[in-house]
Design a protein around this ligand. Structure first.
Ligand SMILES: Nc1ncnc2c1ncn2[C@@H]1O[C@H](COP(=O)(O)OP(=O)(O)OP(=O)(O)O)[C@@H](O)[C@H]1O
Ligand SMILES: [Mg+2]
Length: 309
């Protein structure tokens, strides 16, 4: 549905997207994960025809993004990271405004606005001014605004930021309903558990590049059973290395940047064995970090950075 080849985008001399390659399949939920400034918003803004780019080829639903943007526009919906709603207008009027931008009017406009309100569970608040809405309700209306023209592809830019857990679940359910209709969904987030739950495939992005792209399970498998990093005094590490390698649940151990890196079959079982060994040999552990096999750890492993929060 989306094919991106060598996409580059600069803002002045700053490179925001750096030779990006990716393919998104029809009907999948595709997650774009990355820290602040990774280039997520820039990338999806380009794909949604909202921002020009410098280099590369992009096709969407078979249309060329440069030459056939007019054909692509009606196929895509974009839900921005910042709320884009008119606070003094009612929910219905907000959606009608966005519907008219897409050329809807009359009975069709009414039907589409009602359907979008229904989908995000706000039909009973249709007439109320948006400024009287809770944060979660505004988020849901923001999503509905990207849906009134019934796009085949929906870009959602961090749709759950600042939303309580209940509204977040509500949003997940809407997204899963949309997927069930066959819609292709591209979802940016820095919440790993969201990506793990929702996405068919996930790309991990940092500094304008994609570092890894796979199913959440495939990415997690990169870590095996988890990795332990420990700092011991330099002399002790050399001495202990053979014994550490022989510990139960340990697959491999090496020294990396003055730290001991232990790849395990099950980090949480290997850890107490390591501590036991160090105690027995009277070797102090100066620092210790355990990466359990989840997306959060994969991200840290690949980028050396934590996500926000
Ligand atoms: N309008 C702009 N003018 C200049 N530089 C920009 C502009 N928009 C983004 N950038 C820069 O491009 C890079 C990528 O920004 P982008 O907003 O795409 O990242 P992001 O992954 O969406 O980050 P966040 O998680 O904070 O939303 C950053 O270095 C940012 O400073
Ligand atoms: Mg962003």
């Amino acid at each position: 549905m989306i094919a991106v080849n060598g996409l580059c985008k600069k803002y002045g001399s700053r490179i925001a997207v750096n030779h990006l390659h990716l393919n998104v399949r029809e009907g999948e939920i595709f997650g774009l994960l990355g820290p602040n400034g990774a280039g997520k918003t820039t990338t999806i803004s380009i794909l949604a025809t909202l921002l020009p780019f410098d280099e590369g080829q992009v096709t969407i639903a078979g249309y060329d993004l440069v030459r056939e943007a007019g054909k692509i526009k009606p196929l895509v919906g974009f839900v921005p990271q910042e709320l884009a709603l008119y606070p003094t207008l009612g929910a219905w009027d907000n959606l009608a405004f966005f519907g008219r931008i897409y050329g809807l009017h009359g009975a069709l406009l009414k039907a589409r606005v009602s359907a979008a309100l229904e989908l995000v569970g706000l039909s009973d608040r249709a007439k109320d001014a948006v400024r009287t809405f809770s944060g979660g309700m505004k988020r849901r209306l923001n999503i509905a605004a990207g849906l009134v023209h019934q796009p085949r592809i929906l870009f959602l830019d961090e749709p759950t930021v600042g939303v309580d857990p209940q509204s977040r679940n509500f949003i997940f359910e809407h997204i899963e309903q949309l997927k069930a209709t066959g819609m292709t969904i591209i979802y940016t987030t820095h919440y790993m558990e969201e990506a793990e739950r929702l996405c068919d495939r996930v790309a991990i992005m940092d500094a304008g590049r994609i570092l890894a792209l796979d199913t959440p399970q495939g990415l997690i498998a990169l870590l095996g059973g988890g990795v332990i990093y420990a700092s011991l005094s330099a002399a002790a590490v050399e001495e202990l290395l053979p014994e550490i390698r022989a510990l139960p649940h340990v697959q491999a151990a090496s020294i990396q940047d003055n730290r001991l890196k232990i790849e395990t079959q099950a980090a949480r079982f290997a850890l107490p064995k390591l501590i036991e060994l160090c105690n027995m040999r009277d070797v102090p552990i100066l620092s210790l970090e355990m990466l359990e096999p989840n997306l959060e750890s994969v991200f840290l492993y690949l980028t050396g950075k934590r996500l926000r929060d």
